[in-house]
Design a protein around this ligand. Structure first.
Ligand SMILES: Cc1cc2nc3c(=O)[nH]c(=O)nc-3n(C[C@H](O)[C@H](O)[C@H](O)COP(=O)(O)OP(=O)(O)OC[C@H]3O[C@@H](n4cnc5c(N)ncnc54)[C@H](O)[C@@H]3O)c2cc1C
Length: 538
C-alpha cells in the first residue's frame, strides 16, 4: 500500500495544471495508464479561448458559450470561467509558455466556429496542446511523483461508503497495488473511443466515468456528445482531426463538384455550431457523397497548419490540390462525473476535473477551444481548494485508520468473481456509432440498449476486477460508459446541442429546459445496490 496526500489519475492538461498549482508541501502522485503524453490534451490543435483582445470582452465569450451550449449550461459557472480566462492565459504566457505572437510581441488570435470574436490563443500554429503539456510537464516539482503505465481500475471507499480513500491500480509488471490518499482526483479525460469514428486518443475510453459510477458518484449529461464535423477520412477510416480553425481561416465544405453545402443551412454557414455542421455532412455521407474541405482560399496553409499538413501528407492527401476528404466523428463529451467548480463530486474525497467531469460549463454542446480552458480553470480551482483546506495534512496523518477500515470493507464486500462475456471492441464501437451516434431515434436507441443489456451490466458492476487484464478493464469501462450514454440518449426526448433525436427534432423547453439526467448507482439500506438509477435535476 502506498500513501500520499493527493492521487491524480491521468496526465492531461487538467491533471498537470492541478499538479503544478498544488502546494509543494503536499505529497502528490500521478498515476497514468500509458506514457505521460498519451491523452487528448497532447492532440489539441486549435487553441484556448480567452477574451484577451481590446475589442473583446469576457461577457461576449460568456454569451457565445451559452449559445453554443444550447442554454443548458450553468450560467454562473460559465461567467466565472470566461472572466478568469484572460488571467489564466496571460499567467501561463508570462511564466514562459510560448503562444504564437506577431512581430510586436502580441498574441495572435484565431477565429473558430460559433465565436463572435477572434479569441483563440494558439501555439506552434496548430500544436497548442503539445506545447502546453510539454510546458506544464517541465514545471512539475519534486513533490510530484509520476507512475506511467499504471492502470487505475477501482476506487476504494471507506467502510460506510461515505468517502473515497484511494484507488487500486495495475502495475506494468501485471501486479496490483493499492494507493491511499485523502484526495483522489479523476483526470482521466473523455470517452471518444466508444464510437467507431473518433478524433480521440486511444486512452479516451471513459474510465473515469465508469470508475465513478461503480463507486456510486453522480454522473450527468451523458447524452451530450459533440461530433466533430471534420475528421480526415482515408480508406474508410478516420486519421485525425482537421481543426475548426481551418474553417475559421476560410476553408469551406464542398462536394467533389465544388457545391458549397453549408450556404443554405445556417446563417454562420461553414462556421455554424458543430452539431449542425456534423449533421449536414452526415446526411451527405449516408447518401454515399464524400464531402471535402476546400482549403484553396488559405494562404501559406503549410506554415499556418503544420500538424494538419503533415497528417494529410502521411495519409497520402496532396494539400496542393486543395481538397481534404472529411467525415464527422465523436470528439468530446459534455457530460461526465457531476462536480462543482472545484471539481468536488458527490463523494467526499473524490474529485473529477477536465473532460471526465461535468461542471455544467459546456451545457449541451461545447464551444470550440473551451475545454483546455476548463481543464486549466477547474484544475487551478481544485488546487486552491486543497491547498487552503486546513485539514488536508491532518487527514493524511490520520489516514492509516481510514485505510484499515477500507481494507476491512474490501474483505467483507462479497464482490463476486464474474467471468461473463464483455462486448468485443469493434462491435461496441460500430453499434454505438450507428445507433447512439450523430442521428438518434427511439428505435435505434432501444436496439442498442437491448444489445448492451445482454452483457450483464449488473453483475459487472458488482464484480471483483482484480484478476482482469488492462485490456479487459478497458472494454468493461467502455461498456459501462456506452450504456450510460445510450440510456441518457433514450431518456431525453428532445434534440438539444450535441444530442439529436430525429423523432424529437426540436428543443422542448417546456419539458427539458435546464433539466439534467443524473445517473447514480445507489446504496439501499440492506446493503445491496440498485443500479442505473436515473433522476432529473433542474
Ligand atoms: C484531436 C483533438 C483536438 C482538440 N483540440 C482542442 C483545442 O484546440 N482546444 C480545446 O480546448 N480542446 C481541444 N480538444 C479537446 C481537449 O483536448 C480535451 O477535452 C482535453 O485535452 C481533455 O483533457 P483532460 O486532461 O481532461 O484529459 P486527457 O488529456 O485526455 O488526459 C487523460 C489522461 O488520463 C489517463 N487515463 C485514462 N484512464 C486512465 C486509467 N484508468 N488509469 C490511469 N490513467 C488513465 C490517460 O492516459 C491520459 O493521460 C481536442 C481534442 C482532440 C481529440
Amino acid at each position: 500500500m502506498k500513501q500520499s496526500d493527493v492521487i491524480i489519475v491521468g496526465s492531461g492538461i487538467a491533471a498537470l495544471q492541478l499538479a503544478n498549482k498544488l502546494s509543494k508541501d503536499l505529497n502528490v502522485i500521478i498515476l497514468t495508464k500509458r506514457e505521460m503524453t498519451a491523452g487528448n490534451s497532447y492532440l489539441a490543435q486549435g487553441g484556448v479561448a480567452a477574451a484577451v483582445s481590446t475589442s473583446d470582452d469576457p461577457y461576449f465569450h460568456y454569451l457565445d458559450t451559452m449559445e453554443a451550449g444550447a442554454h443548458h449550461s450553468n450560467p454562473e459557472a460559465v461567467l466565472e470561467m470566461t472572466k478568469k480566462a484572460p488571467q489564466l492565459i496571460k499567467g501561463l504566457w508570462q511564466s514562459g509558455c510560448r503562444f504564437d505572437e506577431d512581430d510586436n510581441g502580441e498574441l495572435i488570435l484565431g477565429m473558430e466556429g460559433a465565436h463572435s470574436e477572434k479569441r483563440i490563443v494558439h501555439s506552434g500554429g496548430d500544436a497548442t496542446g503539445k506545447h502546453m503539456v510539454d510546458f506544464l510537464l517541465m514545471g512539475l516539482n519534486a513533490n510530484v511523483s509520476v507512475q506511467q503505465s499504471t492502470f487505475v481500475y477501482e476506487l476504494i471507499l471507506n467502510s460506510d461508503e461515505t468517502r473515497c480513500t484511494g484507488v487500486k491500480a495495475k502495475l506494468p509488471d501485471g501486479t496490483n497495488e493499492v494507493y491511499c490518499a485523502p484526495h483522489v482526483v479523476l483526470a482521466t479525460g473523455g470517452c471518444g473511443q466508444v464510437f467507431a469514428l473518433t478524433s480521440n486518443a486511444e486512452t479516451a475510453t471513459g474510465d473515469g466515468m465508469a470508475l465513478a459510477y461503480r463507486a456510486g458518484a453522480e454522473l450527468a449529461d451523458m447524452e451530450f456528445i459533440q461530433f466533430h464535423p471534420t475528421l480526415l477520412y482515408v480508406d474508410g477510416k478516420t486519421k485525425g482531426l482537421i481543426s475548426e480553425a481551418v474553417r475559421g481561416e476560410g476553408a469551406v465544405l464542398v462536394t467533389a463538384e465544388g457545391k458549397r453545402i453549408m450556404d443554405e443551412i445556417h446563417p454562420l454557414k461553414d462556421l455554424a455550431p458543430r452539431h449542425i455542421v456534423s449533421q449536414t455532412i452526415y446526411d451527405y455521407s449516408r447518401r454515399g457523397i464524400q464531402i471535402y474541405l476546400d482549403i484553396a482560399n488559405i494562404q501559406d496553409f503549410n506554415s499556418r497548419f503544420p500538424t494538419i499538413s503533415m497528417l494529410c501528407t502521411q495519409h497520402g492527401i496532396d494539400i496542393g490540390k486543395g481538397l481534404i476528404p472529411v467525415v464527422p466523428g465523436s470528439h468530446f463529451i459534455m457530460g461526465g462525473v457531476k462536480t462543482d467548480l472545484h471539481g468536488r463530486t458527490s463523494i467526499p474525497g473524490l474529485y473529477a476535473i477536465g473532460e471526465t467531469a461535468c461542471t455544467g460549463i459546456h451545457g449541451a454542446n461545447r464551444l470550440a477551444s473551451n475545454s483546455l480552458l476548463e481543464g486549466m480553470f477547474v484544475g487551478e480551482n481544485l488546487a486552491e481548494w486543497i491547498n487552503s483546506h486546513q485539514d488536508a495534512k491532518k487527514e493524511a496523518v490520520s489516514f492509516i485508520g481510514l485505510h484499515h477500515q477500507t481494507a476491512k470493507r474490501d474483505a467483507n464486500m462479497n464482490q463476486i468473481v464474474f467471468n461473463g462475456e464483455l462486448p468485443d471492441m469493434d462491435s461496441l464501437k460500430q453499434t454505438m456509432m450507428d445507433r447512439t451516434g450523430i442521428v438518434r431515434t427511439k428505435e435505434l436507441l432501444i436496439l442498442q440498449n437491448e444489445w448492451l443489456d445482454r452483457f450483464n451490466l449488473r453483475q459487472w458492476l458488482e464484480a471483483r476486477l482484480d484478476h482482469l487484464e488492462p485490456s479487459e478493464l478497458n472494454r468493461l469501462f467502455m461498456y459501462i460508459t456506452a450504456t450510460l450514454i445510450t440510456q441518457s440518449a433514450l431518456e431525453r426526448t428532445e434534440s438539444r446541442g450535441g444530442h439529436y433525436r430525429k423523432d424529437f427534432p426540436h428543443e422542448d423547453n417546456a419539458n427539458w429546459m435546464k433539466k439534467q439526467i443524473i445517473h447514480q448507482r445507489k446504496n439501499v439500506k440492506d446493503g445491496k445496490h440498485e443500479f442505473n438509477q436515473t433522476a432529473l435535476a433542474t
